[in-house]
Design a protein around this ligand. Structure first.
Ligand code: ATP
Length: 503
């Protein structure tokens, strides 16, 4: 598993998807740059989301608000006081950890044990094995699950009550050790605010302390009335936004899963009070369907309903994806009540209400939010789609089986050789199709090598021009996934690529 993940990281670099930030200066921890192919894939993911949310819903509009906001925004939203993670240091290794992550990792180990029990039984009983029955009756599985629940509930309660001493006690009682050194010599747990600070203005005394936004959502809330009045949408309606967010994460690990600078795709859906839980359920399902439509396999997704709710929520769930390091949060769906708009009313002194013509009254709308990390989505795709295949002739190939609509390059135009006019003929095809698709033209290396390189890049089609092309105006079309080669007329290429790669 670890090896598979290392391959994802090195593949991302080798094929121009992701580079460490400022690499010539040895990088900057948990900050990454997207390369020539990464930016294409990322843009395609954004487009897939934007189309599904803004274009296909006549009651959702998009905005692009600034990263820098008035500092009172973060006071009102609760981020100044409560956007903290519990921090703990190991006194021997001097390493920092998130106390809640240490505990959650411990619980994940209990879950692994339960899974192993189930797998063992599955092997023993074979065909006649009833998984649900076994899970609900097997003593050991039940014990592992009960213990997990007990631990997570206690942690949630302690964090809710800001009882950090109890979080530490829990770590001690469970005898959790530094995963690298095994040391159990812990400091006390303390809160650490995740917002990055910066300053507005030049002179020291007039400078204003600002924060880099830790989420894009607040830019939507403060524009609620601007958008509602100018778009004249009635409730329910939504505002969507894609943009950067910044969090000074305590431990940055797992590549682009947890970054300090990342991108979010968020949508706030404003609804009548009292309808929020039905809307919340509906959005959970809609968002899961969006993921499933990509075809990575239903078994790789699951909901995780939150027991510990954030300060603003009355219901919350994650859509978890099976990353190489296990099921982890990919997207959050939150019923945020009227917390944010009410708080902004209070702090700004402005009314943020909606006049409901049906009810003939003013009120502060409730909000259901869907929030997905663009970089996490990128990682989900990259890690799931990267495969090593052994072919019938025993040779191996690396293939990135991205959904064709998301692939950075839609087709590679490859003259078998440059001479005899093949290069020119291929260039003409490239020039004709480049207005519609992102393509590459390659004439270096053997055709086999070029096929392999494009497989690894995720290019759905390779189009090869040979001597016959010059007279019969057909080319060889090679499919990335089946590796099948067919002869097709040049005139039909546009519609073939279009059909394969459109959303
Ligand atoms: P986590 O529990 O993993 O820290 P979170 O619950 O704090 O995440 P939210 O505040 O709900 O996350 O943010 C919404 C989405 O933004 C997450 O589902 C995730 O995809 C993404 N996200 C959050 N933090 C990061 C990060 N540090 N790096 C990359 N993506 C992130």
């Amino acid at each position: 598993q670890e090896d598979a993940f290392k391959k994802v990281v090195s593949h991302a670099k080798e094929y121009g998807f992701i580079f460490p930030s400022s690499e010539i200066y040895d990088g900057l921890s948990a900050v990454y740059d997207y390369g020539q192919n990464g930016v294409e894939l990322k843009n395609n993911i954004k487009q897939y989301w934007w189309k599904a949310m803004v274009q296909l819903n006549d009651n959702i509009v998009g905005i692009d608000s600034a990263i820098l906001m008035h500092p009172t925004v973060w006071k009102a939203s609760g981020h100044v006081d409560a956007f903290n993670d519990p921090l703990i240091d190991n006194k021997d290794s001097k390493k920092r950890f998130r106390a809640d992550v240490l505990i959650e990792d411990y619980c994940a180990k209990l879950e692994d044990k339960a899974t192993k029990e189930i797998e063992k039984a599955q092997k023993r009983f074979g065909e006649s094995f009833d998984k649900a029955q076994f899970e609900s009756t097997n003593e050991r599985v039940l014990q592992y699950r009960a213990k997990q629940q007990q631990i997570l509930q206690r942690m949630a309660r302690s964090l809710e009550a800001n009882d950090l001493a109890d979080v530490k006690s829990l770590i001690e009682e469970l005898e959790i050790a530094d995963p690298d050194t095994g040391s159990k010599n812990w400091t006390d747990v303390r809160q650490f605010n995740l917002m990055f600070g910066t300053k507005l203005g030049a002179s020291a005394d007039s400078a204003m302390d600002l924060y880099l936004r830790p989420e894009t959502a607040q830019g939507i809330f403060v524009n609620f009335q601007n958008v509602q009045k100018t778009s004249r949408h009635k409730l329910p309606f939504g505002i969507a936004q894609i943009g950067k967010a910044f969090r000074n994460e305590i431990v940055a690990r797992q590549f682009i899963f947890r970054m300090r600078e990342f991108e979010q795709m968020e949508m706030q859906f404003f609804v009548q009070p009292g309808t929020e839980l039905a809307q919340y359920e509906a959005w959970k399902q809609k968002r899961l369907n969006w993921h499933l439509a990509l075809g990575l396999g239903q078994e790789n997704y699951r909901f995780h309903d939150h027991e510990k709710l954030a300060h603003y929520a009355n219901a919350a769930a994650d859509i978890e994806f099976k990353f190489p390091f296990g099921f982890k949060e990919l997207e959050g769906i939150h019923s945020r009540t009227d917390f944010d708009l009410k708080a902004h009313e209070e702090f700004s002194g402005r009314k943020l209400q909606y006049f409901d013509p049906e009810r003939n009254e003013n009120y502060v709308p409730y909000v259901v939010e869907t929030s997905i990390g663009l970089d996490r989505m990128f990682l989900a795709l990259l890690s799931h789609c990267l495969k090593e295949e052994t072919l019938v002739d025993g040779s191996e190939r690396t293939v990135l089986s991205l959904p064709p609509a998301l692939a950075p390059v839609k087709a590679a135009i490859l003259p078998l050789m440059k001479k005899d006019g093949l290069g020119e003929y291929a260039q003409n095809i490239f020039n004709d199709l480049k207005y519609d698709f992102n393509l590459i033209y390659e004439e270096k290396d053997s055709i086999g090598k070029r096929y392999r390189r494009n497989d690894a890049l995720g290019t759905p089609y390779c189009i090869t021009v040979d001597h016959d092309s010059l007279t019969d105006h057909t080319v060889t079309l090679r499919d990335r996934d089946t590796m099948e080669q067919t002869r097709v007329p040049v005139a039909g290429l546009r519609s073939i690529i279009e059909e394969k790669t459109s959303f």
